[in-house]
Design a protein around this ligand. Structure first.
Ligand SMILES: N[C@@H](CCC(=O)N[C@@H](CS)C(=O)NCC(=O)O)C(=O)O
Length: 224
């Protein structure tokens, strides 16, 4: 069985778990939290040259990076393709996945750091940075997505890596106490709600529950 190193509260681990679920592939989870050294396996530097999660092991292969892993899974297990074959749709799906990577770096990573990591380390949150992230950066990304969403799927007519990337990121956004207000983002909020009703997302959120409970994150607005 495939082995996944990571933790479901991580956006990029969640992306891989959603992809595995969509394809009906079982996996075992080895919890690795990069900022908690006691969770790192002995060979972690070899498994993850960047030190980031996730990493999978499938037979003899060990592979880091959620984007690379999803491409590998699609090639190796082509049932329920997650990357469209149509050239335009394929390009757009990979673009959205990359765009959400930027959203993670510019918005979620600093928010997570200020709201979760800093208090754990007894550090004072940088309010000016949080303000910038929430009033300038986040709306720029959400406005763009609002203009791109047109129905149930971001690209084509089935779940793709683009939807997985958006959904995986917006789940953490919600855990961090932020919403996608329907008044400002009608298309995006309806689309996100549709994703949350998919069996793969329902199963994923159910499996995340012990981890969210431990961190004091609420799933209420996601499962209501
Ligand atoms: N491009 C990578 C990004 C992975 C990434 O940023 N992982 C985060 C968790 S979601 C991480 O390991 N953070 C720990 C750290 O920054 O030290 C991917 O798609 O897998």
């Amino acid at each position: 069985m495939m082995k996944l190193y990571g933790v479901p509260l991580s956006v990029h681990t969640r992306k891989v778990q959603l992809g595995l679920r969509a394809k009906g592939l079982d996996h075992t989870l080895r919890v690795v939290i990069p900022i908690a050294p006691d969770t790192l396996p002995e060979n972690w530097k070899t498994l993850s040259p960047t030190g980031l999660i996730p990493v999978i092991e499938d037979g003899d292969l060990s592979l880091p990076d959620s984007g690379a892993i999803l491409q590998y899974l699609d090639a190796k297990y082509p049932n329920t393709p997650l990357t469209p074959t149509d050239p335009e749709q394929r390009g757009r799906a990979i673009w959205f996945e990359a765009y959400l990577g930027a959203f993670f770096r510019d918005v979620l990573h600093p928010l997570f750091h200020q709201r979760v990591v800093a208090p754990m380390q007894g550090a004072v949150a940088d309010d000016a940075l949080m303000e910038r992230v929430l009033t300038e950066r986040a709306p720029r990304y959400l406005d763009y997505l609002e203009g791109q969403v047109d129905g149930d799927w971001l690209v084509g007519d089935a779940l793709s890596v683009a939807d997985i990337a958006v959904g995986a990121n917006l789940v953490l956004f919600s855990y961090l106490g932020e919403t996608v207000p329907a008044a400002r983002y009608p298309a995006l909020s309806t689309y996100f709600r549709h994703l949350l009703r998919l069996p793969v997302f329902i199963a994923q959120l159910a499996d995340e529950k012990p981890f969210t409970a431990q961190m004091g994150f609420s799933q209420e607005s996601l499962t209501a």
